[in-house]
Ligand binder design. Structure first.
Ligand code: SAH
Length: 244
């Protein structure tokens, strides 16, 4: 009788152990989970992305859902990828670097100029209360809104419009991220940034590359700091009519 009891307990322990093991194996079998973990370790943490919240957000957002379906297996590689309308989804490292420089926190309200695929907005949505993102191309705004909705990123608000003008109804913002290249800092974005707030923006140096720039608003004025050289698609719309 005693022996039988031991057998039952052992069988129970054995089954419980192997069923959990099987579960974790199954999770590991999801190729995207493994690829995403590797991306975070090798492309972000191994470089200078140290903010644990940024690393955590990057390890959660399914980047492969934001690229073109035919590019899914390339989604976690160390380079940008083309999306519709001749635009690009930025390299994972640049998304993380820009996010880290924003120093955002829960409770913040952030403006993004250039929704594109919606990936950067999804990463930000993990870190703040509300993301407002403006996209000039209607097709991209529609596509990214649908993806974000399907994935339940409910704190991202997208509108079709010219981000050069910001999004006045929801200003002021704690932080602003511009993901297309500008030849000057749009004055309305400074106006819509809170005092002490931070903006990250690629500013054109030549037609080929830009300086990723951190802009802090101090006493109502922009104070700029160089981060690194980058390549983004150009900002179009109103900015093209303005002088530098
Ligand atoms: N943040 C995006 C990458 C954006 S690529 C992502 O995570 O995928 C740059 C985007 O800026 C493009 O979608 C382009 O259409 C958009 N864009 C260019 N000029 C703009 C403007 N004036 N206002 C809003 N969006 C603009």
């Amino acid at each position: 009788m005693k022996k039988k009891g031991i057998w039952i307990i052992s069988a129970f322990v054995y089954l419980t152990f192997f069923s959990t093991l099987d579960f974790s194996f199954n999770q590991e079998k999801d190729p995207y989970v493994r690829l995403r973990k590797r991306m975070v370790e090798r492309q972000l943490a191994a470089r200078d992305i140290t903010d644990p919240d940024v690393l955590d957000a990057m390890s959660k957002v399914p980047r492969h859902m934001f690229v073109r379906p035919s590019d899914r297996r390339l989604a976690y590689n160390d380079y940008p990828l083309p999306i519709e309308e001749g635009q690009t989804i930025s390299q994972p490292y640049i998304v993380a670097l820009m996010t880290q420089h924003l120093k955002v926190k829960k409770g913040d309200r952030v403006l993004e100029v250039g929704t594109g695929s919606g990936y950067q907005a999804a990463v930000l949505s993990q870190l703040v209360d509300q993301v407002f993102s403006v996209e000039i191309k209607e097709n991209l705004a529609k596509r990214s809104s649908q993806i974000l909705k399907d994935l339940n990123y409910n704190n991202v608000n997208i509108k079709v419009g010219d981000g050069y003008l910001g999004w006045k109804d929801h200003a002021p913002f704690d932080a602003i991220i511009v993901t297309c290249a500008a030849n000057h800092i749009p004055p309305l974005l400074i106006e819509q940034l809170k005092e002490g707030g931070r903006m990250v923006i690629p500013l054109e140096r030549t037609s080929n590359y830009q300086t990723l720039t951190l802009v802090k608003k101090k006493d109502g004025k922009p104070v700029v700091e160089r981060i690194t050289d980058v390549r983004f698609v150009p900002m179009v719309g109103e900015i093209k009519k303005k002088k530098k």
